[in-house]
Design a protein. Sequence first.
Length: 349
Amino acid sequence: MEINKSINTKINDVDFNSVRFGEIFTDHMFECNFKNGEWESPIIKPYSPLKLDPSTHVFHYGQAIFEGMKGYKDKNDQVWLFRPKDNYERLKKSCIRMHIPVLPEEYFFEGLNKLVSIDKDWVPKELGSSMYIRPFVFSSSAMLAASPSLDYKFLIICSPGGAYYSKSLSVYVEDKFSRAAPGGAGYAKAAGNYGASFYPISLAVSKGFDQIVWTDSSTHQKIEEVGTMSIMFRIKDKLITPKTSDTILDGVSRKTVIQIARDLGIDVEERDITINELISEHRNGNLKEIFGCGTAVVISKISSFGYKEDKFELEEIKENYADRLKESIINIQQNVSEDLHGWRYKILD
C-alpha cells in the first residue's frame, strides 16, 4: 500500500466541542480503484476532492453502497473499532446485490488500520465520543450505457465526533410510501435507499415530526425500521424488534443491542409487530419504550409516535432499557468494561 502523508494538519482549526456530525473530515483518505477486471494497489493520501467526468456511471445509475463505522479511544489513548468484521460482511452482501466487485478483505482491514492509525489524533477521548468512519464504493466508468460499470472507486473517509440526534424523537408511522419491497435492495446499504427516503421524511417533518417509521410495502401494517435506524419496542418487560428480511437492513447495532439485552437478562423477541398492535399496547399501558439504534446514534429514544390523525405520547421512565443498553455498549466500545463477545478490534500503530 502506498502512503502519501499530508504535509499540514487541519486538526488545530477544529473546535471539537461544536463540530456537527459529518461536516469536518480528517487529514487523509483511503482509495482503491477497480480497473481492467481487478482491484489495483490501494493508496492513503491527503483528503481531497475527486475529479470525475460528467458521464460518470454513478451519477446516472446510482451503483453505490456504503458502510458506517466508528473509532473509539480509551483512557490510555488506544484506538479501537467495533465489530468491523460484521461491517465487511454486510459490505460484501451490498456489493453483490448492487453488482459491484467486492474489495478484498485484506485491503479493507489494512486500509482501516493504516488510515485510522495515521489520523488517530482525530479520535476524541471523552466517553461517548468517537470518530465516524465511512467506507463506500461507487461506479466510476465514464459511460452512459445502462449496464454495470467497468470501473469502481472504493474510499474510506473519517469524520470526528458530534451527535447525530441529540434529543428524543417524535416519529410518524408511514402508511403510503415504502422504503423497500420484497425482492428489492432493502437489505443492502445502497445509496439510493437513503436518497429515496428524503421526500417522505420531509412530509413527516412538515407535520411536526422528526423522523419516519417505515412499514411493509404490501399492507403498511408491519413495522420495519425508523428513519435510518433499527427500531426496538419495550412492551411490559420484553424487548421486541422486527425480524430481519430482504426489506430490513441487518444492522450491526441491532445485533449488538439484542445480544447486550440478553446479557442483561432482558427477554428479547424478534418478530413481526404491527401498528395496530402497537397502538393497542399503548392504550393498555403496556408500551413502555420505543427507541432506534444505529452506528451514528448508538441508541436514540423516541418520545411519541403519530399514525394517520392520532398522536401517542410515551412517558419517560427512570428504569429504562435505552439508557442501560447505551451505557453498556459505549463501555465496551471504549474499553471501559469487559468485551465478552470479542467485538473490539485494536488499531495498531
